[in-house]
Design a protein around this ligand. Structure first.
Ligand SMILES: [Zn+2]
Length: 354
């Protein structure tokens, strides 16, 4: 399974964008995919929508890519939901009698399968995060989410998540007759090494829940104490509170290794499907090819910290982060925006808008 390399380099222009700044990002997208964005917007404005299944390993950035796509096209016409969020919303719905009744009414009309409604409700009530809900129930609940988002392009994250569900998703459109929209798969290839560093160095603000990364995406304020460097939240409301790592994050991908293997197998299966359009996104590029493919600011940097004792301040060095693949070749990891540029360009082709 080899995903194609995509070129986002701008010839001649020596522009630079801060891709973590939303305003800069808009300018960036305009430069790298302006005409394509307009084509997709026009297509949707003419009444065409579609459904995209996002398939990538856990922590591969599916949600981030969807959010940035929505940022460029507009939230009035594009929406995104994950199966995880869907289930969490149902947990909340079960707290109120009115919404619980609405859910039961929906299931009575739409659910087809072997479970009694009472058993489904019991299952939803007692659900632990470890147990997977049966596919026939997931299908019904996904249908409900699609119906809530009439006349919108929808990105679905977390479905399909096993082999059975892949087969269902292929015929989902026909099964539930959701619209005559096209559907497509967005497959995301991110090396485990990248996911490992993202988890290991992840830091979260206890107050505003903003997630950053000590190594790859620091805040503007860094504290030094007893040989350790800590990120301070730079959200004005948070008053420079210390960001912390979640328990277990220091283990990186170890606790989710099996899950990542299953995810990878699924992506491979989806990769070899016929008859459904696919968009292939990759995050890693060989260092050798990078010069011709991308601008430097599109590559994920890594940050090193030093304590300057005489001036009593932290000094920060920024380098391009390099990691090795299984064969020992050097790779860069792309920032999310260039991956989204590739997504937008491929979408124009898949939807035949060029
Ligand atoms: Zn904060």
């Amino acid at each position: 399974m080899e995903f194609p390399l995509f070129r986002t380099k701008t010839d001649g222009a020596d522009s630079h964008f801060d891709l973590s700044n939303p305003k800069d990002r808009q300018e960036y997208f305009k430069l790298k995919a302006g005409p394509e964005i307009e084509k997709i917007k026009k297509h949707i404005a003419e009444g065409y929508t579609f459904i995209a299944y996002l398939m990538g390993k856990k922590s591969s950035g599916k949600g981030t890519f969807a959010k940035m796509f929505i940022e460029t096209i507009g939230s009035e016409s594009v929406d995104h939901f994950s199966i995880g969020d869907m289930i969490r919303t149902i947990d909340k719905e079960l707290q109120s009698e009115d919404s619980k009744k609405a859910l039961i009414d929906f299931l009575k009309i739409n659910y087809r399968g072997w479970l009694k409604i009472e058993d489904i409700m019991k299952m939803l009530n007692e659900r632990s995060t470890k147990t997977l809900l049966p596919t026939d129930l997931i299908l019904t609940l996904v249908k409900r989410e699609i119906e809530k988002r009439e006349k919108k392009v929808i990105f679905i994250d977390g479905f399909p998540r096993d082999m059975d569900q892949i087969s269902y998703s292929l015929f989902f459109r026909d099964l539930i007759g959701y619209r005559d929209d096209p559907d497509l798969f967005i497959l995301i290839d991110v090396p485990n090494d990248v996911i490992n560093e993202r988890i290991k160095f992840r830091r979260i603000c206890p107050k505003c829940k903003t997630s950053r990364n000590l190594k790859l995406l620091p805040t503007s304020k860094i504290k030094y104490e007893n040989g350790n460097f800590t990120l301070l939240c730079d959200n004005p409301e948070c008053d420079e509170i210390e960001m912390v790592g979640k328990e277990g994050d220091e283990l990186g991908i170890e606790p989710i290794r099996t899950r990542l293997e299953t995810d990878e197998k699924l992506i491979k299966q989806a990769f070899s499907l016929y008859g459904i359009p696919k968009i292939l996104l990759r995050n890693a590029i060989p260092v050798e090819a990078a010069k011709d493919l991308v601008d430097n600011y599109e590559v994920t940097p890594e940050f090193h910290y030093r304590w300057n004792e005489s001036e009593k301040r932290v000094e920060v060095d920024e380098l391009l982060w390099t990691f090795k693949d299984k064969k020992g070749s050097d790779f860069y990891s792309l920032m999310p925006p260039p991956v989204v540029v590739s997504l937008i360009h491929q979408m124009v082709e898949v939807l035949d808008l060029s």
